[in-house]
Design a protein. Structure first.
Ligand SMILES: N[C@@H](CCC(=O)N[C@@H](CS)C(=O)NCC(=O)O)C(=O)O
Length: 211
């Protein structure tokens, strides 16, 4: 399996999932600004959206979209540790994955980060913050995880919450969410994935600065 990723981007959730389930993959770094891979080839030839994550499965299929990739990788784990196999709990998992993708990742954070954004888009998306974080705060009060155990939805939420500090969102107003984030980041697989990608991020920034 190959995981096309960018350091500290949403693809981090897939790395966490791999580590949590003791699976291996080749990690292929994408320079999203240049749209290239480390060998200089054009990533858009493989993925016309130019986005990460993308997974090349062991059978050669190219799979995009975080929610699909996370479930694919979780389902490879025979013990099914990170995704309920079926039933209402599977739909609950999909509910949270879709919430994180559409309401947090794309609606709230993307306009804050995108080089094509502007002040109006940033202000509009920032207005979405309270309803979404209030909902998470309520759900996570008295709960350890989004479902009844750590799942790929937690891997994704821990990834997205890592973007709060860079965009100036203070979690103090949401104590249960803040506590959840600290607990997720302290998990060995999560801490390992974050530390590795942080080092790669720093190296990438240094190369850009030197160029
Ligand atoms: N719908 C995609 C979105 C993926 C996405 O937005 N990835 C970001 C990194 S977190 C990216 O590659 N952005 C570069 C771009 O949009 O050009 C998914 O859910 O995986």
């Amino acid at each position: 399996m190959d995981l096309y990723f960018a350091p500290l981007a949403c693809s981090l959730a897939t790395r966490i999932t791999l580590y949590e389930t003791d699976q291996t993959a080749d990690f292929i770094c994408v320079d999203r600004l240049a749209g290239t891979l480390e060998d200089g080839s054009n990533y858009h030839m493989l993925n016309p959206m130019g986005q990460v994550p993308m997974l090349r499965t062991d059978t050669g299929e190219l799979l995009t979209e975080t929610a699909a990739i996370l479930q694919y990788v979780a389902d490879l784990d025979e013990e099914g540790r990170l995704a309920p196999k079926s039933g209402m709990e599977r739909y609950r998992l999909q509910q949270w994955l879709n919430f994180i993708t559409t309401e947090l990742h794309k609606a709230l954070f993307y306009p804050q980060f995108s080089p094509h954004s502007n002040d109006g888009a940033k202000a509009f998306s920032r207005e979405l913050l309270d309803t979404r974080f209030d909902l998470l705060e309520k759900h996570l009060t008295g709960r350890a995880f989004l479902l009844d155990r750590f799942t790929v939805a937690d891997a994704y939420l821990a990834t997205v919450l890592g973007w709060t500090r860079p965009v100036g969102i203070d979690l103090d107003g949401w104590p249960a969410l803040k506590d959840y984030f600290s607990r997720m980041r302290a998990r060995p697989a999560v801490a390992r994935a974050v530390a590795e990608e942080y080092a790669l991020y720093e190296a990438q920034e240094e190369r850009r600065g030197a160029a």
